[in-house]
Design a protein around this ligand. Structure first.
Ligand SMILES: [Cu+2]
Length: 116
């Protein structure tokens, strides 16, 4: 529900570019650091995380095994392979872009890190 609302905001922003005001990120200003949780309900939360260049995103794995594989590796940090249970791993994003990723254990689990 929140995601749909955010997509609507993105659409509005794209449709009226050039307003001259500071662009409003759908998830707020880019964060200096962020945490993404892989939940027992088989989802990455938040699904989209917006951070500044150089930020570290911590992927927090709970009681169900997950991993993080980036769909494209140009500019992306290394994957978090294996079966990660009750642990966390940080990845630093040094190149602006949008990096989509998924969990290879649960192919329905997707997420995006936007680096601005
Ligand atoms: Cu998973």
């Amino acid at each position: 529900m929140k995601t749909i609302a955010m997509l609507g905001i993105v659409g509005l922003l794209l449709g009226c570019g050039g307003s001259g005001s500071t662009p409003t990120s759908p998830s707020g200003p880019p964060l200096p650091a962020a945490t993404v949780r892989a939940t027992p309900s088989i989802a990455f939360t938040p699904a989209t995380t917006t951070v500044v260049v150089g930020a570290t995103v911590t992927f927090d794995f709970g009681s169900v095994a997950h991993n993080v594989f980036f769909d494209a590796h140009s500019g992306a940090p290394p994957d978090i392979s294996g079966n990660n249970v009750n642990t966390s791993a940080g990845r630093t994003f040094n190149t602006a872009g949008a990096y989509t990723y998924s969990c290879h254990i649960h192919p329905s689990m997707h997420g995006t890190v936007i680096v601005q």
